[in-house]
Design a protein around this ligand. Structure first.
Ligand code: DAH
Length: 358
C-alpha cells in the first residue's frame, strides 16, 4: 500500500506542476481526491490492513492528501496571478468584440400620436408650428378675444410668471422697455394662432402641438402640465364644412377608420360660431365605460375664428375667414391606449413607458 501511495503522490504532483489551466487542476482534484478518487479509494482500504499497520498507513495517506491539496492550491494561485497579469498587460482583451446590447428606447406615446398627426396634417399642406411655453398674457388672452375680467385668467387657473404691471409708475417703466404685459405659462396652444397669423399672414394652414399649463388640483383627469394640438386655417371663404372635413380626417388618422361625428354648439371667446365635436365611441356599440354609456365621446372644440381675433392679427375679417380647433392630445392618447389616469403620462415611470414600444 505504501508503494501505491507513493506512486499516486508522484503522479499527481507531476500533473499539477505541469498544469497550464485551472480546468486541469480540477480534473486532478476529482481524479485523486474526489469521492471516487484514487487516494480516497486507497484510504477506504485501510480497514483491510493488519491492525498494527493501520495507524502508520493512515497518517501517511493523510500526509499525501494534504500535500496534494496544498500543491493544487498553490498552482491555482499561480495560474490566477498569471492570468491577471496578462489582462493587466492588455493581452487576451479584444476591443472589437461587441458589448452587451444596450436596452432599446422608444418614443413616448404622446410623441407617437403627435408625430402621426403632424404627418397627417403636413400631408394636407399644414405647417407644423411651435410657440413659447412662457407667453405674454396678451397673447394667451386679449388677442384671443378673452376680456380682462374673464375667469380663466384667475390665478387658480393660469400660472402667472409675472403679474401685469399694476401701478402707473411700474407700467410706465415697463412700457419704456416694452414689457407692460403680464407673463404666463401658456394655458392653451391657441396662443400659436396669434403668433403664426402675425408672422405669416393669410392664407395660412397651421397645426401647433405642445405643452400647456394650468393651476390644477391633480387627480386622474387633471394635471398641471398636459398636451394639446391647435389647428388654424385662415383664407378667403373658409367655413364650417372645411372645419368639419379637417376634424373628420384627424379622427380617421387617429383611430384608423371613419367615425360618425356630430357638432353641438359650444362657447369659446375666440370663435363664432363655436362648436363641440363628438364622435361615436370607437370602443363600443351600445355604451361602455369610456363613453359613459352614451355611445358618444366629446372630442374636440372648434369654430370659426372670431373677427376680433383676425383683427388683433392685422387680418381683415371682411376679406378673410378661418376655422380653429383645439385637440386635447393628452386626452386622445389616453383614449387610444385605454390609460385611465393622466398622471401616468408625465410620470417618467418606466413600468408605464415600457408598454409602448415604437
Ligand atoms: N383653447 C381651448 C382650451 O384650451 C380649446 C379650443 C377651443 C381651441 C375652441 C380652439 C377652439 O381652437 O376653436 O380650452
Amino acid at each position: 500500500m505504501r508503494e501505491r501511495l507513493e506512486e499516486l503522490r508522484r503522479e499527481a504532483l507531476a500533473i499539477v506542476a505541469e498544469a497550464g489551466e485551472e480546468a486541469r487542476l480540477r480534473e486532478v482534484e476529482v481524479r485523486f481526491l474526489g469521492r471516487n478518487g484514487e487516494i480516497t479509494g486507497l484510504l477506504r482500504q485501510l480497514g483491510s490492513l493488519p491492525a498494527d499497520q493501520r495507524p502508520a498507513a493512515g497518517r501517511e495517506a493523510n500526509l499525501v492528501k494534504a500535500a496534494l491539496q496544498e500543491a493544487l492550491d498553490q498552482r491555482r494561485d499561480q495560474l490566477q496571478q498569471a492570468s491577471l497579469a496578462r489582462e493587466l498587460r492588455g493581452e487576451g482583451f479584444d476591443p472589437t468584440l461587441p458589448g452587451p446590447p444596450p436596452p432599446a428606447g422608444a418614443l413616448h406615446p404622446l410623441s407617437q400620436v403627435q408625430r402621426r398627426l403632424e404627418d397627417l396634417f403636413s400631408s394636407m399642406g399644414f405647417l407644423v408650428a411651435d410657440g413659447p411655453e412662457v407667453e405674454w398674457e396678451s397673447y394667451n388672452f386679449d388677442a384671443l378675444n378673452i376680456p380682462p375680467d374673464h375667469p380663466a385668467r384667475e390665478a387658480q387657473d393660469t400660472i402667472f410668471v409675472r403679474a401685469p404691471q399694476a401701478t402707473a409708475e411700474a407700467s410706465a417703466a415697463a412700457e419704456s422697455d416694452g414689457k407692460a404685459d403680464g407673463v404666463v405659462l401658456r394655458s392653451h396652444t391657441s396662443t400659436v394662432q396669434i403668433r403664426a397669423l402675425k408672422k405669416h399672414g393669410p392664407p395660412l394652414r397651421v397645426v401647433a402641438p405642445g405643452r400647456v399649463f394650468r393651476q390644477e388640483a391633480q387627480d386622474a383627469t387633471h394635471e398641471h402640465t398636459f398636451h394639446q394640438m391647435e389647428g388654424l386655417v385662415v383664407d378667403r371663404g373658409v367655413g364650417v364644412a372645411h372645419m368639419l372635413h379637417a376634424m373628420n380626417s384627424l379622427l380617421e388618422g387617429l383611430f384608423g377608420r371613419k367615425l360618425e361625428t356630430r357638432l353641438r354648439p359650444g362657447f369659446f371667446p375666440f370663435v363664432e360660431p363655436g362648436f363641440e365635436l363628438d364622435a361615436r365611441c370607437p370602443f363600443c356599440d351600445s355604451g361602455c365605460r369610456v363613453c359613459k354609456g352614451s355611445t358618444w365621446i366629446e372630442l374636440m372644440p372648434g369654430g370659426l375664428v372670431h373677427p376680433n381675433v383676425l383683427e388683433a392679427c392685422d387680418v381683415d375679417p371682411e376679406v378673410y375667414s378661418g376655422y380653429a380647433f383645439g385637440l386635447g392630445l393628452s386626452r386622445v392618447v389616453m383614449l387610444s391606449y385605454g390609460i385611465d389616469d393622466i398622471r401616468w403620462l408625465l410620470s417618467g415611470d418606466l413600468r408605464f413607458l415600457r408598454q409602448f414600444p415604437s
